[in-house]
Design a protein around this ligand. Structure first.
Ligand code: ADP
Ligand code: 5GP
Length: 218
């Protein structure tokens, strides 16, 4: 699908968006994130740091920065992480520098993080955050998706399913919620949320002030 052509409206300066996607493991947030990356311009994905083992299909530096527990602790202690959490027995965190740079330059960033990370970002940077919770259509389907993905051992899948209910309980803390039944529909809904949020007056106040001046004079 083609990206929407850019025009005057897209050139008006605005503040950046931190688009947070959370869901229980296997509900589809990475798949929806990939759709957004392909179909929406000006959207960077935050590459988290993790102590979890790399999956066969993952590339270090692209999907995650895979680090040792010691390296993770060092970055956490030096305040290099904007948020961090322990999820399914591993540590995950968001490197601070790329986010601050993107926000300062009015670029949007996507975060595939759990509810604990979402909460921290909403507390620290509420004005920038747009949060979406992705729900699976059923627990049976969630289990089927985790197996179909075929990237984790049975033990890891069991642990993720056991943690799913705890993650799901937090959907009310988010700005938007999408049930990912049909992937195309769910992806388009996430895209619609991002495109609408980009047009909010509070994100565009500065740029539109200048535009108004040009339109009708000060
Ligand atoms: P998460 O990032 O939330 O852990 P993934 O995006 O890796 O989940 O999705 C888990 C699996 O489910 C993948 O194999 C993906 O292709 C599949 N999947 C995602 N959304 C749907 C959907 N709506 N219908 C069927 N399969 C889906
Ligand atoms: P996975 O191991 O399947 O890649 O991710 C497991 C969980 O960790 C998912 O819920 C994912 O969203 C979350 N996660 C990934 N990166 C981060 C991060 O930087 N911070 C937090 N809080 N959670 C993360």
């Amino acid at each position: 699908m083609a990206k929407i052509a850019t025009g005057i409206d897209d050139r008006i300066e605005r503040t950046g968006i931190m688009l947070v996607l959370s869901s229980p493991s296997g509900a589809g947030k990475s798949t929806i994130a990939r759709y957004l990356q392909t179909n929406v311009d000006n959207l960077e994905v935050s590459v988290s740091m993790t102590t979890r083992q790399r999956r066969g299909s993952e590339i270090d530096g692209t999907h995650y920065h895979f680090v040792s527990a010691r390296e993770f602790e060092r970055d956490r202690e030096s305040d290099a992480l904007l948020e961090w959490a322990e999820v399914h027995g591993n540590f995950y965190g968001t490197p601070r520098d790329p986010v601050e740079k993107a926000m300062a330059e009015g670029r949007d960033m996507l975060f595939d993080i759990d509810w604990q990370g979402g909460k921290q970002l909403m507390e620290k940077a509420r004005a920038y955050v747009v949060s979406i919770f992705i729900l699976p259509p059923s627990m049976e389907e969630l289990m089927a998706r985790l197996h179909r993905r075929a990237e984790d051992s049975e033990e890891v899948i069991e642990r993720r399913l056991a943690n799913a209910a705890e993650e799901i309980r937090h959907w009310r803390e988010y700005d938007y919620v999408i049930v990912n039944d049909d992937l195309e529909r769910a992806s388009r809904r996430a895209e619609a949320i991002l495109r609408a949020e980009r047009l909010r007056v509070d994100r565009r106040a500065l740029g539109l002030g200048g535009f108004e001046e040009k339109l009708i004079g000060a």
